[in-house]
Ligand binder design. Structure first.
Ligand SMILES: [Zn+2]
Ligand SMILES: [Zn+2]
Length: 283
């Protein structure tokens, strides 16, 4: 006979561990970038994408809903583990080469980019938007803490990628390595936080270079938050270009933000001061 109180204790204990495992990635990534933006304040000010600032209410909503997202993510982790228990999902935790980890990681990132693009476009459909994705778009000016700010329904659709992907790879006959999934999870949260930074991190010329132009920047996702129905992609610009959903002024906006050099910022500041006090302006 199953001892119910003990079974509940075991479940609660595991649940707490998995929630902490998911939550810590969010806290570490968003926390590190928040500290970096404070330390390099004048640089961040220059590379700020929007003039509007997130309010205290925005931060509170984003952090509170990210806690809820971590619980949903933990439940899907349990689902994946249950699928492994019944033999539908294969996972390799020992004996693998670094080459295997590298190609599995790359495959998972490319597959997730495709999954995210189409899931994200579906959530923008007028029948689904209000119930699922509106919550994320309450953050018109994203912050590092927007990364996990989802409604419960969106958290479910975001999290389902891993069990679906693992079911597909296991059906194809290969076992994903634990290390590839671990790296995928850390890459995902860092790229997600960078997309919501509000400050352009990538250097001038990035979008115009053939070797880097396909890699999404912060301006790319920031434009999605400020203007809606364009730039649905997560890691790469491929799907938006193929489907004609890239913001028409994406590169122009990126060039504008990254062209703000220290000298140009000082001159603009001086000009603003001179305009504010016309009597004291130098001749
Ligand atoms: Zn959206
Ligand atoms: Zn977003």
């Amino acid at each position: 006979m199953i001892d119910l109180p003990t079974a509940f204790d075991v479940f609660a204990d595991r649940m707490i561990r998995v929630v902490v495992f998911d939550l810590q990635r969010y806290l570490v990534a968003a926390g590190l970038f928040t500290i970096a933006l404070l330390v390099f304040r004048s640089w961040a000010q220059r590379k700020r994408i929007q003039n509007r600032r997130a309010t205290r209410k925005d931060y509170t909503r984003e952090i509170a809903s990210s806690l809820r997202t971590s619980v949903v993510f933990a439940l899907t982790t349990f689902l994946t583990l249950a699928l492994r228990e019944v033999g539908l999902v294969k996972l390799k935790l020992e004996t693998f080469t670094l080459l295997t980890v590298a190609w599995q990681f790359a495959l998972m990132v490319v597959a997730h980019d495709a999954y995210f693009y189409w899931m994200h476009r579906a959530l923008h459909h007028k029948r689904l938007f209000r119930a699922t994705h509106l919550h994320h778009h309450k953050s018109r000016t994203p912050t590092p803490w927007t990364a996990y700010s989802f409604s419960s329904w969106e958290a479910v659709t975001e999290a389902l990628f891993i069990p679906i992907f693992m079911l597909a790879t296991s059906t194809m006959g290969f076992a994903m390595t634990g290390l590839a999934i671990f790296l995928f999870l850390w890459h995902m949260i860092f790229r997600n936080v960078i997309g919501h930074l509000g400050v352009e991190l990538y250097p001038a010329g990035w979008v115009d270079n053939r070797w880097t132009g396909w890699w999404n920047t912060t301006t790319h996702h920031d434009l999605h938050h400020s203007s809606g129905n364009t730039n649905f992609g997560l890691y790469f610009t491929w799907w938006d270009r193929w489907m004609g959903t890239e913001h028409p002024r994406y590169r122009e906006e990126f060039r504008k933000v990254t062209a703000r050099t220290r000298k140009a910022a000082r001159e603009a500041e001086r000009e603003a001061e001179a305009q504010a006090e016309p009597g004291t302006a130098p001749a």
